[in-house]
Design a protein around this ligand. Sequence first.
Ligand SMILES: Nc1nc2c(ncn2[C@@H]2O[C@H](COP(=O)(O)OP(=O)(O)OP(=O)(O)O)[C@@H](O)[C@H]2O)c(=O)[nH]1
Ligand SMILES: [Zn+2]
Length: 256
Amino acid sequence: MPTPSTKTPPPPITRLDDLVARDRDHDCAGFGPHRVCVKIEAVADLPTRFGRFRIVAFWNNRDGKEHVALVHGDVLGAANVMTRLHSECLTGDALGSLRCDCRDQLGFALQRIAREPCGVLLYLRQEGRGIGLLNKIRAYQLQDRGFDTVDANVALGFRDDERDYAIAAHMLQSLTIRSVRLLTNNPKKLAELEHHGVTVAARIPHVIPANEHNRFYLETKANRSGHFIDLDGKPHIAEQDDPVVVIAEDGRPAAP
Ligand SMILES: Nc1nc2c(ncn2[C@@H]2O[C@H](COP(=O)(O)OP(=O)(O)OP(=O)(O)O)[C@@H](O)[C@H]2O)c(=O)[nH]1
Ligand SMILES: [Zn+2]
């Protein structure tokens, strides 16, 4: 009969910086059928126009992409952490495109997280819901001809949404976060995180008002992809009385 191990477990890590050394020898069995594994490679300060964060850079064995977490406060070992999973959108996040709501969602999320005692935003390099930038622009081309986002993806041979959240789940586990309050309108994100073993304690609505360029895109999310968005503010989405904040160029919320 094997003798039980007498090794005492290592003390819990209390500093983000120490996760880099912890992960040098990290060798887990991985998540899910693809055995997804991540390691924290570097941690640094990141003061932003939305508040003070630390940026945590991850390696993973799955997609060759460099994903990051923006961490505010002390998330290590914490429960009910306000959390946002943001998928990369070059056109919105960096170039200010009005075709989607990504940039406002990004800024608004960072602002909300910075007001909490602690919180985290995962910036996931899943451009175009996982189809990549070139294909997203191809999808835009089709949308310019009248397709909606779902049909454009399908016409290009993709699913509506090609994203996978195993890496995100492992990133949260690496940060030793025990449970999250997820900022999202997307039911798939809740289900997928739970599927990968993350405890989602609550959903926090994350609705940005439509503009003339993204109204149809947001309506398609609501009508075809099941997102909890009601652009007309109908009462059946009870949580949506949350105040909407539009981020001004200087990073401060625009006056209501
Ligand atoms: N394929 C495709 N992707 C798009 C289009 N417009 C925006 N995107 C991508 O959609 C993603 C937006 O994802 P998220 O910000 O995580 O939002 P979400 O899945 O809609 O859910 P929320 O959490 O409710 O915001 C980004 O990767 C964008 O690049 C489009 O027309 N076609
Ligand atoms: Zn976008």
